[in-house]
Design a binder for this molecule. Structure first.
Ligand SMILES: CC(=O)N[C@H]1[C@@H](OP(=O)(O)OP(=O)(O)OC[C@H]2O[C@@H](n3ccc(=O)[nH]c3=O)[C@H](O)[C@@H]2O)O[C@H](CO)[C@@H](O)[C@@H]1O
Ligand SMILES: C=C(OP(=O)(O)O)C(=O)O
Length: 430
């Protein structure tokens, strides 16, 4: 077990290469189950969520290899093996095995997912969708059992705009008989990416990226080759870090439109941002920048996944900022840790209220979830002295080569083994 060490206060300069999108990857990989021949996915991020899902596909009989960020899956020998426990609990996106296995085998048993603890994360809309397609769904001892004689297309109106439910219903519906219409669908870029892969496999999908998705079921899906979109949340995290500490940091392999809500907010604060076709340059003129209020919304609104990293930047802004999370009202576990570093932040209901500017001091802190980890990394880079971040396993779920990428732009950051006492503490915290 390791911890992350950061010596803060160093200015950053150079180019950061963004990896493939975690939230696409974790849906594209299960989607391969639906094909009858080899699916190749290129430019995947080398993160633990991807490695765990690859192992899960092996567990159900897939012939899987993951080398040089390219995953090859031959799904032809897969079976409908129950997965009630084990690896499925280590990540959120194992719920996509439900839609994909239901679509292929007409049945599946999948343990309720893990992932970031952001307060309640129900999957009722996924289940509503599966049931509308004709599946019987039960929860038996923490695992979801799905069974269908056949899947028939249906009109499904989502009560809540949900990324996971939209993708899961697409996965279950592409091989159902007849037409499925998903209304009030989520519009995140990752949904378009999954629809692109499925279409390359022979699926008939229209409207991905709008709030009405139409699917005509087909009997078979074939293998294909697909290249994933860049990770807009990883790109956004580096933009925030560059805004705090960057002389000029070029973020390469990004679709600027995907991070527009962040770009607009940073410009409002007085940060200089230049956008190019696939790159964004972020520079901060020496001196203070302005406070800003943030409200997270579904895409194309400000992403909840960037709320936590941005809060660290707001500790350096002049004035009071209010960060309201309308998606996950209790996504504020990073605040206690930021306070340990000297930040003046309080939480009221669904909002955190940040007073700045406030010089942060290095401290021993713990990442409680993935983006809490990102916010602590950002804070550590801004702080005076050394910051030690525990809970690295959360960060490793979503940031490929974090240490190397930050070292590449001049950050003093490294991994260290935990001491005996720290190992014991980490076990107690599990
Ligand atoms: C693997 C993945 O892609 N994770 C992302 C995905 O999570 P995930 O797909 O789990 O998030 P959703 O879009 O489903 O959740 C949005 C909101 O809907 C609620 N909800 C969701 C489903 C449901 O059946 N019932 C329900 O009430 C949730 O509690 C939440 O308040 O989108 C989130 C919101 O952009 C991001 O933070 C996560 O990084
Ligand atoms: C919440 C996140 O991930 P997950 O849904 O996989 O837990 C995230 O990526 O910020």
């Amino acid at each position: 077990m390791e911890k992350l060490m950061i010596e803060g206060g160093h200015r950053l300069k150079g180019t950061v290469q963004v990896s493939g999108a975690k939230n696409s990857a974790v849906a594209l990989i299960p989607a391969a189950i639906l094909a009858d021949s080899t699916v190749t996915i290129e430019q995947l991020p080398n993160i633990s969520d991807v490695r765990i899902l690859s192992e899960l596909l092996k567990e159900i009989g897939g012939d899987v290899s993951f080398e040089n960020n390219t995953l090859t899956v031959d799904p032809s020998e897969m079976i409908d093996m129950p997965l009630p426990n084990g690896r499925v609990k280590k990540l959120r996106a194992s719920y996509y095995l439900m839609g994909a296995m239901l679509g292929r085998f007409k049945q599946a048993v999948i343990g309720l997912p893990g992932g970031c603890n952001l307060g309640p994360r129900p999957i009722d809309q996924h289940i509503k969708g599966f049931e509308a397609l004709g599946a019987k769904v039960t929860n038996e001892q923490g695992a979801i059992y799905l069974r269908a004689k056949e899947l028939r297309g249906a009109r499904i109106y989502l009560d809540v705009v949900s990324v996971g439910a939209t993708i899961n219903i697409m996965l279950a519906a592409v091989k159902a008989k007849g037409r499925t219409i998903i209304e009030n669908a989520a519009k995140e870029p990752e949904i378009i990416d999954v629809a692109t892969l499925l279409s390359s496999m022979g699926a008939k999908i229209k409207g991905a990226g709008t709030d009405v998705i139409r699917i005509e079921g087909v009997d078979t899906l074939h293998g294909c080759r697909h290249s994933i979109i860049p990770d807009r949340i990883e790109a956004g995290t580096y933009m925030v870090i560059a805004a705090a500490m960057g002389d000029r940091v070029l973020i390469d392999n990004v679709i600027p439109q995907h991070v527009e809500s962040l770009t607009a907010k940073l410009r409002e604060m007085g940060i200089t941002i230049d956008t190019y076709d696939e790159q964004i340059a972020v520079s901060r003129q020496i001196g203070s920048f302005k406070n800003a209020d943030i409200k997270t919304l579904v895409y194309p609104g400000f992403p909840t996944d960037l709320q936590q990293p941005l809060t660290s930047l707001l500790t350096q802004a002049k004035g009071t900022s209010i960060v309201t999370d309308t998606i996950y009202g209790s996504r504020f576990k990073h605040i206690d840790e930021l306070r340990r570093m000297g930040a003046e932040v309080k939480v009221e209901g669904r909002s955190s209220i940040v007073s700045g500017p406030n010089r942060l001091q290095g401290a021993k802190v713990k990442a409680t979830d993935l983006r809490a980890g990102a916010s602590l990394v950002a804070a550590g880079l801004m702080a005076n002295g050394i910051t030690e971040i525990m809970g690295l396993e959360h960060i490793d779920r979503g940031y490929s080569q974090l240490v190397e990428k930050l070292q590449g732009i001049g950050a003093k950051i490294w991994r260290e083994d935990l001491g005996v006492e720290e190992r014991e503490d980490a076990k107690v915290g599990d």
